[in-house]
Design a protein around this ligand. Structure first.
Ligand code: ZN
Length: 395
């Protein structure tokens, strides 16, 4: 796997590398590879023909025009890690496999207790999932990682301000890479370069590659403990100058609202983040002898089971999200908005309320033709991290 991805010297070989990465991310027809990579039909066809002659790919399918280009079995595992506020998730697959073959695992340890806790748990989970794929830690080829914080795309480090539980100077990608290298159990030519990105960006990337490859503009909402948006335009993640694009959770929605971790006040996250929603349920319950949900996961489950208070709190939060998204829709005119995280798991309750909020603030022409969908992929950000790891190798 790494042989294929090692940095090539010549421009012609760089084209070949980009096309190999695209096939590794998702086996596809030549027409789709053309669309995804931006290369001409002649370039794609020439590179695929050479890869076929070299015994690296197979062409699968009855129709000559629509044969899928797949890599032949390769050594090497692509890994994606998501370190969140309620759990850690890892997905892994052999480099030639499709995303439906990926194995995954999750742990209840989260980013909240700090680096010592999440690092041990992430490394143990990576080992476990990679073994499930049938490989050992020394076979790991690429690693991508997502966290719910702003990441400067130029430095792969936190964009300031660095918010808790992380601290200024911490470098989670380098820390994970160092630990994996020590654990690999044998000498490697060099350390892994773990690619780091914001979790919502990665969710958007996975949704764009796997679920909505034909959509030009896609917004993915990661709504769980915090609220973030990932934006994909023309197949590329749009991160802004410092990696702060899509921080919709820190859009002010209440002039004199609660103070926010970011230093602002009345941010969307303080109104519809997990803590705010759980608090709203408690307020509704008052002194009544019903047990309040202890986590956003429990709240969503109760709402789906028909609990009227949890349903109400969830609907109002999703409608508020839609209200805020309307402005973003007017700016970007997306074709699809994918709700991920807790709001994605909530399904129709959150989706319909969110659509209703969008209709209140977005122009009719923008709403017309917009699809609002619930994410169908468990651990989207970890899947996106896996893709980003493949993209980053060899650059
Ligand atoms: Zn804020």
């Amino acid at each position: 796997m790494l042989d294929l991805l090692s940095p090539p010297p010549a421009a012609r070989d760089r084209t070949r590398l980009e096309i190999i990465k695209a096939i590794m991310a998702k086996p596809d027809t030549q027409q789709q590879l053309r669309r995804r990579t931006g290369y001409s039909a002649a370039t794609i066809s020439g590179v695929v023909r050479k890869l076929h002659e070299d015994g690296l790919v197979e062409l699968v399918g009855a129709s000559e025009l629509n044969k899928e280009v797949r890599l032949l079995p390769l050594d090497g595992v692509a890994v994606g890690v998501e370190v969140g506020f309620s759990n850690i998730a890892v997905v892994a697959r052999r480099a030639h496999q499709s995303h439906s073959d990926a194995r995954w695992g999750s742990s209840q340890v989260s980013a909240a207790p700090g680096e010592a806790a999440w690092l041990d748990s992430a490394v143990a989970l990576i080992r476990e999932v990679v073994e499930e794929v049938g490989q050992g830690p020394e076979d790991i080829g690429t690693v991508g990682m997502g966290i719910p914080r702003m990441i400067d795309p130029k430095t792969q480090r936190f964009a300031p301000p660095v918010l808790a539980p992380w601290q200024d100077g911490e470098d989670p990608a380098a820390t994970l890479a160092g630990r994996l290298t020590r654990r690999a159990g044998k000498e490697r030519a060099g350390m892994w370069k773990v690619r780091l990105d914001n979790d919502a960006n990665l969710g958007a990337y996975a949704a764009s590659v796997y679920q909505y490859p034909l959509k030009e503009t896609l917004i993915y909402i990661k709504a769980s403990t915090g609220i973030g948006a990932g934006i994909v335009i023309g197949g590329n993640v749009f991160r802004g100058a410092r990696g702060c694009a899509g921080e919709i959770g820190h859009t002010p929605v209440q002039q004199n609202g609660r103070y926010c971790l970011c230093g602002g006040r009345g941010c969307l996250e303080t109104v519809i983040g997990a803590d705010a929603m759980l608090q709203n349920v408690k307020t509704h319950l008052g002194g009544r002898p019903f047990e309040a949900p202890r986590s956003i996961r429990e709240l969503i489950r109760s709402a789906k089971d028909g609990n009227p208070i949890c349903s109400r709190v969830l609907r109002e939060a999703a409608e508020q999200l839609g209200h805020s998204l309307g402005g973003l829709c007017n700016l970007l005119n997306p074709e699809v908005i994918v709700l991920g995280g807790a709001f994605g798991r909530a399904g129709a309750i959150a989706r319909e309320a969110c659509e209703s909020g969008i209709r209140r603030t977005a122009m009719a022409a923008v709403v017309d033709g917009l699809t609002v969908a619930s994410s169908e992929m468990e651990h989207s950000s970890a899947h996106g991290a896996l893709l980003m790891g493949i993209d980053g190798e060899g650059l």
